[in-house]
Design a protein around this ligand. Structure first.
Ligand SMILES: NC(=O)c1ccc[n+]([C@@H]2O[C@H](COP(=O)([O-])OP(=O)(O)OC[C@H]3O[C@@H](n4cnc5c(N)ncnc54)[C@H](OP(=O)(O)O)[C@@H]3O)[C@@H](O)[C@H]2O)c1
Length: 340
């Protein structure tokens, strides 16, 4: 199958490129050429900005991909451009979305109030307010102010001439994770902290995470299986509480310390998480398992080991964005421990 990937040089995208190439597909990636990735030799590259795609019709026609995988559609405009560029050329567009489309995400952030039942299914209610990051000055991964996966999904799924597929991703971890999701825990473990304290409500909270290679496998299935046409899928690890997740990370890291859940009254004010942890945020993954035969191709033990190995040699350069419990304020942590 001929597959064109928009993006494909960074974290999740590169893992998808490798997987699709390994199972024998003809892969071309489209990116600006600012990010240099180690690609399999047979993978072709087209350089350009995604905003230029509609003017590149003849080149895209010549390539004639069967499926276009848009890894990096963040805005409605991004999605409109992709659909315009590939209408009459490709048979299907697969777009990468996020679990942040759900109303549960806004309840978690305290922007909407009624708790949404979990696990989330692909039919769970979506956020009522659009543009979740518009008022946040420092947006993760330089997301634009008009970032909105709900609108991306709507555009990709509403064109009768060019059908779509959507994959909603969880919080993805693994080697090359630009957000270093495991780092605040691992740093404490590697600095031989005797205990890691979790605010009680957060210790019990369940979120959705996924290992990059498993997520890439799910995306590859959705790209290559025509049964995915017109469908929306989740992918995620099986959910566990944050305390249990931390225990598993500790085990994989060879840490001898303890995870301690701390009642609110023992915590300093700046440790108050800006989340409504009454709202869990994990997803049911039955649909992708039943319809596309998804299963984890990497065990969680191996996934954590690979991630830890990478985090240990690639610590984030600056940590000014960490706040509250993520601050490495060991004096305060020790004081809390003595009070418990
Ligand atoms: N990380 C998570 O936990 C998480 C969670 C939920 C959803 N997601 C979704 O996952 C996707 C990101 O995955 P990824 O980081 O692995 O992406 P990726 O497929 O590796 O794509 C990133 C690459 O896209 C290229 N690019 C960026 N802007 C471009 C532009 N204007 N025109 C052409 N190419 C451009 C860049 O290469 P050049 O610099 O060479 O252009 C960049 O390296 C996003 O849709 C995100 O919303 C991620």
């Amino acid at each position: 199958m001929k597959i064109l990937i928009i993006g494909g040089t960074n974290f999740i995208g590169l893992s998808v490129v490798n997987r699709l190439h390994a199972i024998g597909h003809e892969v071309t990636i489209f990116h600006r050429g600012k990010t240099v990735a180690e690609l399999p030799i047979a993978v072709k590259e087209i350089k350009g900005d995604r905003t230029q795609l509609p003017e590149m019709k003849s080149e895209l026609q010549y390539l004639s991909p069967d499926v276009v995988l848009d890894m990096i559609a963040y805005t409605e405009q991004d999605a409109l451009i992709t659909m315009k560029a590939f209408k009459g050329i490709a048979q299907r567009v697969v777009a990468i979305s996020s679990m942040d489309v759900y109303r549960a995400y806004n309840v978690l952030l305290g922007k909407e109030s009624d708790i949404v039942p979990v696990p989330l299914t692909e039919d769970s209610p979506l956020r009522q307010q659009l543009y979740p990051f518009k008022d946040i000055p420092q947006r993760a991964l330089n997301a634009p102010a008009d970032y909105e996966k709900i609108l991306v999904e709507r555009v990709v799924m509403s064109d009768a001439d060019l059908p779509g597929t959507i994959i909603r991703l969880p919080m993805v971890y693994g080697p090359k994770d630009p957000l270093h999701r495991l780092f605040p825990y691992l740093k404490r473990m590697d600095e031989n902290r005797p205990a890691i304290l979790l605010p009680e409500n957060f210790a019990q909270w369940r979120g959705c995470y996924g290992y990059v290679e498993n997520v890439a496998y799910a995306i590859a299935l959705a790209v290559t299986n025509p049964q995915a046409t017109g469908r929306i899928y989740h992918v995620a690890d099986l959910p566990v509480s944050e305390a249990e997740r931390l225990n598993r990370i500790g085990k994989a890291a060879g840490w001898q310390g303890k995870v301690i859940s701390v009642p609110k009254q023992h915590l300093p004010a700046n440790w108050n998480l800006p989340f409504n942890t009454e709202q869990a945020w994990f997803a049911d993954t039955t649909r992708i398992r039943q319809e596309l035969g998804y299963r984890e191709v990497v065990t969680q033990e191996e996934a954590l080991k690979q991630t830890i190995d990478w985090e240990r040699t690639n610590s984030p350069p600056e940590m000014t964005q960490w706040t509250g419990w993520e601050l490495f304020d060991y004096a305060t942590e020790d004081e809390i421990l003595t009070q418990l």
